[in-house]
Design a protein around this ligand. Sequence first.
Ligand code: PMT
Length: 223
Amino acid sequence: PVDGVLAGLRLVITAGPTREPIDPVRYISNHSSGKMGYALAAAARAAGAEVTLVSGPVALVAPDGVAVVPVVTAADMLAGASEAVDAGCDIFIATAAVADYRPDQCADQKIKKSESAMSLALVRNPDTLATIARRENAPFTVGFAAETTDVARYARDKMQRKNLNMIVANDVSRPGLGFNSDDNAVTVFWAGGEQPFEAQGKAELAAKLVALIADRYCDRASA
Ligand code: PMT
């Protein structure tokens, strides 16, 4: 049903987790599988968009006709996404679960264990979505948020703080949804409204999200 609604538009989508190295064999990461981002990329492509997927390490095959920029760390994700946006981007969607912190240094050699406890010093990572959204001539930006309580308040707050056009809040308090599952349930927020989507497969949900994003984008473009 969404055939062609994004024809002629260029989309950049981030997906998957990032990995922040501790030493040559260890890293900090999270449970993102990339499924939500890859489903959105496929749906946007099916809707006629030119799609670049900036993807952390995942076990998924790129959807047909979608260009993939593989990245590993949060710093790589910012660089890859910035370059993709520089090449031309009308709509930017951030589904990636980017690590908020990284070890302040990566050891050159594998760290040897000892009997004593050890601690890691962590430093903040750059925020890809906020950086893109604050650019001059920023694309239409859509963020994701994983919240468990006060979903509407936190999501709207994040949308404002990061200067976004829309935010998709996952209900990650419900088992079998969100991270690394095949289904998701979300509520989408934008300045003038909100829309809930009940639990369903990520491919089905992605097609509906693409239609809603195209609607909001067209409204803004014609405002
Ligand atoms: O990959 P799946 O297994 O399919 O799971 C999908 C998902 C649950 C990971 C996805 O639907 C989702 O919710 N992604 C966002 C996860 C999250 O908690 O984001 P956040 O609240 O840390 O960040 C908010 C937004 O800023 C996100 O759009 C994120 O991509 C972006 N961000 C955050 C930090 C950072 N350093 N750079 C960013 O771009």
